[in-house]
Design a protein around this ligand. Sequence first.
Ligand code: ATP
Ligand code: MG
Length: 368
Amino acid sequence: MKIEEFQKKFGIIGKSHEIRDLVDIAMQVAQSDISVLITGESGVGKEIFAQAIHGFSRRANKELVSVNCGAIPEGILESELFGHKKGSFTGSTEDRKGYFEVADGGTLFLDEIAEMPLTTQVKLLRVLETQEFMRLGSETVTKVDVRIIAATNKDLQREVDSKKFRNDLYFRLKAVSLNIPPLRERRGDILDLAPLFIKNYSNNNRRTPPQITHEAEELLANYNWPGNIRELKNVIETSIALNRTGTLDVDSFIPLLTEKRADDELRNLPVHLNRSAESLDREMIYRALIEIKKDLNDLKQIADKNQNDINNSAISQSMNEVVPLEEVEKRAILNAINFTKYNRRRAAQMLGISERTLYRKLKDYGIE
Ligand SMILES: Nc1ncnc2c1ncn2[C@@H]1O[C@H](COP(=O)(O)OP(=O)(O)OP(=O)(O)O)[C@@H](O)[C@H]1O
Ligand SMILES: [Mg+2]
């Protein structure tokens, strides 16, 4: 199969040499049973690569089981992975298969592997070496044929240095690693991804796909995308949902871009598209617009703060101000996620909840 065919089959967009090189490696390792470690910032496409590797392997007709190690409470992670025997701990009233057995013959995708507790890491290493394990509370050995793909947005070497991750397991996993670079380091892919997201979202929502102006394309191509492809997708979907004119222009996007230094970055970045003098003029104009937009936002924040102070000083009498707690929580979570540019660890800290709780809530509220 050619690289282009593979990308089409698994929906991996991008003509940058970074993506093509990664696809090349993915295609080669897919055929073997060797473990793969996929690293990269949040939203770069780790999961889509894991799916492609599984889908291109001899295991494709068996299960790909995804486990988010950061989302499962530490206390039950081992029983989830390895299963348990009835009565092995309070509440275990039945024998239960773990994900390793469910994935037998297929692939186990261990997402957020850096969040795996050290004790579980020991057990995982043993399974990787022997393909054998014991259900919790059982004395008989279970044998499985499972391929492991692990992913993380952390620097595992640093986790090893700070003793949060076992060196031997890291060594074993990193034999084949795919490091997916952030979108800002392969800007050429942005304008391949954007039209596709516009088309897909419009089709799924039975809308005519809006046009996008050249200036808006330039803005997208030059923006830093701290939340990577997920952020690009979200921004495009929101811009279409809010669009009334049938045309996406610079103004459709600027309010949705969270990166505060967007304009400075734009100023310092090389120009990525062929542009005429006219388009440079236009660029000056939209930079000025960014400036104005920022000032407006600052003003709005001051106004909001004043309003808040007023609200807080008076006892609210109006029904309109009573919001269901769930709504308040959802908004707080969305704000934290946006503010931290999809850094879930920081978002959890800001919200004063554990990362695991945040994961659960993101899922409950259907926030990706
Ligand atoms: N190269 C790509 N082509 C098309 N869509 C992509 C590509 N990379 C990522 N996406 C899409 O972007 C979104 C985020 O990708 P994905 O979930 O794979 O990221 P991730 O690296 O696993 O993120 P996180 O670390 O936050 O879990 C998904 O909707 C995915 O389909
Ligand atoms: Mg992921």
